[in-house]
Write a protein that binds this ligand. Structure first.
Ligand SMILES: NC(=O)c1ccc[n+]([C@@H]2O[C@H](COP(=O)([O-])OP(=O)(O)OC[C@H]3O[C@@H](n4cnc5c(N)ncnc54)[C@H](O)[C@@H]3O)[C@@H](O)[C@H]2O)c1
Length: 365
């Protein structure tokens, strides 16, 4: 049996959703696409039809009409972040499982509303932190689950990318408080999710400095934060959209008293350091693990969407949670909002905190 599937939002990232549908075509049947700009949906349908020329795909400019006329089993949402919550809630109420682009929402209230609606309607909810499926990241996670790091002491994520003026001009919602947030909420949320995933997810305190150095946007184009985790371990976040003249690296480093791993490359896709006290015994010394010929993916979006879609399909079939369910998607959002609050107040912020006071639309404008 195939799950009927629809895509809402056909901009920059949507090609990865089309790829995800194609790579999972044994289990997914793309039946509808929606964008308020019709030509964008048509373009995506054409991309899909290069592989499946006979596909019957309906095009919509109003997603509510799509929901009522096509009733897809699964909807993937790739619209601007500021309207994720409204669209996701409508899809879940219409009886669809939902894969939602990151960040899942821009406020805790909205994230909670989406999570609750999924629960009430007994539908699966997944968030696109696709880098969790990068092979090196999965390998790191397996080492962590096998407790090879000993005690985790500290971890660091560096997202040193370039988003130029043309990128912001292409879609006016980018960099606004109402619909996006800054580089931490948009580009760096992946790395922040990975850091939290490796450090145990429970951040208890955040202290931060953010800046808008050069980019023509409302929100920050640089952020630095020190995070304390429940275990006592410390996390460091460095994120920027200002790197001259192009994307440099996204690097995740985890330091334990028995292990050190650094995953770098353009988007956490290459193992750069792999050292464990039990490496000789387990046969994965660094010289065996490092691959000097490993290449960066063609874009910083990597290859994770297809694997994430597969995991999501399995979660429906087996009635389990997808790897990045709503509650997990919310963790990165919470931490980034705490970072924004720390910048605003000039003080460390304890977590969990009262996020109802933290509405990006008003509080930070
Ligand atoms: N997972 C990733 O690596 C990744 C990468 C880039 C962007 N994103 C996320 O994906 C989302 C989209 O980003 P983008 O850069 O592709 O944006 P974009 O502006 O390029 O595309 C968004 C599209 O959504 C359409 N749209 C807006 N409101 C709509 C509505 N109500 N109904 C139907 N269509 C609507 C717009 O017309 C536009 O074509 C954002 O949340 C962003 O953070 C994720």
């Amino acid at each position: 049996m195939k799950y009927t599937t629809a895509l809402i939002g056909c901009g920059r990232i949507s090609f990865k959703h089309i790829e995800g549908f194609i790579d999972n075509a044994e289990q997914l049947q793309l039946i509808a696409i929606c964008d308020t700009v019709q030509s964008r949906s048509e373009e995506k349908a054409a991309e899909y039809k290069k592989k499946f020329p006979d596909a019957d795909i309906s095009i919509f400019t109003d997603y509510r009409e799509l929901l009522s006329k096509k009733k897809p089993d699964i909807v993937t949402i790739a619209t601007e972040s500021g309207n994720h919550a409204v669209i996701a809630v409508d899809c879940l109420k219409a009886g669809c499982h939902v894969i939602l682009e990151k960040p899942m929402a821009l406020s805790i209230e909205d994230a909670d509303k989406i999570i609750l609606t999924a629960k009430k309607n007994n539908k699966k909810l997944g968030v696109c932190f696709q880098n969790r499926f990068n092979a090196p990241v999965q390998r790191l996670r397996a080492a962590l689950e096998a407790e090879r790091f000993g005690k985790i002491l500290h971890g660091m994520v560096q997202i040193r990318w370039n988003r130029n003026d043309a990128y912001y001009a292409e879609a006016p919602w980018r960099g606004t408080w109402a619909h996006d947030g800054g580089t931490l909420m948009n580009q760096c949320t992946h790395g922040i999710d990975l850091l939290q995933w490796m450090m145990g997810e429970d951040a208890v305190r955040a202290q931060a400095q953010t800046r808008r150095f050069t980019r023509p946007i409302e929100a920050e184009d640089f952020g630095a934060a020190i995070i304390e985790f429940k275990s006592g371990a410390v996390g460091i976040i460095e994120g920027t959209a200002n790197v001259y003249p192009k994307n440099l690296n996204e690097t995740l480093s985890i330091f334990g008293d028995k292990g050190t791993v650094v995953i770098g490359g353009l988007a956490v896709n290459k193992i750069e350091t792999w050292r464990f006290s039990d490496a000789e015994v387990l046969g994965d010394t660094e010289d065996k693990v490092l691959d000097p010929n490993e290449k960066d993916p063609p874009t910083v979006y990597g290859f994770g969407h297809s694997a994430l879609f597969k995991d999501f399909i399995n979660s429906i079939k087996n009635n389990t949670q997808p790897l990045i369910c709503g509650e997990r998607g919310k963790k990165a959002l919470e931490l980034i909002l705490a970072i924004y609050k720390s910048q605003k107040t000039g003080k460390p912020v304890n977590l969990p905190c009262k996020f109802s006071t933290l509405n990006m639309r008003g509080h930070f404008a």
